[in-house]
Design a protein around this ligand. Structure first.
Ligand SMILES: CC(C)(COP(=O)(O)OP(=O)(O)OC[C@H]1O[C@@H](n2cnc3c(N)ncnc32)[C@H](O)[C@@H]1OP(=O)(O)O)[C@@H](O)C(=O)NCCC(=O)NCCS
Length: 173
């Protein structure tokens, strides 16, 4: 099955409704609650005939660190409706491929129950770093790890080489 990539703003009503229902079920929030900027995110969809069986999103995120701006991609909303069939891994592999031409860094957050899945997808995890990502002076209380795939900007290496906080301009994705 192929992975279809679409901007959030180009999703059909049916696709958006499916994503919102499943985001609400898994994470307690819908896409509609996101800020307007996030509508330019890319959605990764796997469909079985007409039905979505897995999806995920990549959001353009700006990070300012040590007086430099970094344009990264934020891994978000990875959900497999039919589990353990390889769909989740296919979504992550497709995100990694998508980031390849510009060699962008991918960063996201996950709970401990998803740790093994991300390890299998060759995504790196870091626990202490989570406490250094701040939005409005608060840490992310719902997740356990920062997940990442390093790009050519070597942002992760740079973040891990200091103990400084990373202040986000927008909310956790
Ligand atoms: C996490 C999630 C996306 C995984 O999707 P999936 O389609 O079931 O995963 P895959 O079938 O692609 O699994 C890939 C590998 O990870 C392993 N894996 C998947 N979930 C696992 C789990 N909970 N514990 C241990 N290993 C797991 C699989 O066995 C597989 O291993 P293999 O490559 O050796 O065969 C899915 O469980 C899910 O939607 N969870 C709820 C939402 C969520 O928490 N998403 C993460 C957001 S950060």
């Amino acid at each position: 099955m192929k992975v279809l990539i679409k901007k959030v703003k180009d999703l059909t009503k049916k696709e958006m409704s499916f994503i919102n229902t499943n985001r609400l079920k898994e994470f307690g929030a819908t896409v509609e609650e996101w800020q307007k900027d996030y509508l330019i995110a890319d959605t990764f969809l796997i469909k079985d005939e007409e039905d979505i069986v897995a999806f995920g999103m990549l959001m353009p995120i700006k990070i300012r660190y040590l007086n430099k701006n970094y344009n990264i991609l934020g891994i978000s909303s990875v959900i497999s409706v039919e589990r353990k069939k390889g769909y989740g891994k296919k979504i992550i592999n497709s995100m990694i491929d998508y980031a390849k031409p510009e060699k962008k860094t991918l960063i996201g957050f996950c709970q401990k129950h998803s740790k093994k899945f991300y390890e299998k997808c060759k995504i790196k995890l870091n626990k202490p770093l989570l406490k250094r990502f701040l939005y409005k002076n608060s840490i992310n209380k719902y997740e356990d790890y920062v997940i990442y795939h390093e790009g050519k900007d070597n942002l992760m290496k740079k973040l891990l080489s200091t103990k400084l906080n990373i202040r986000l301009n927008g909310p956790f994705w």
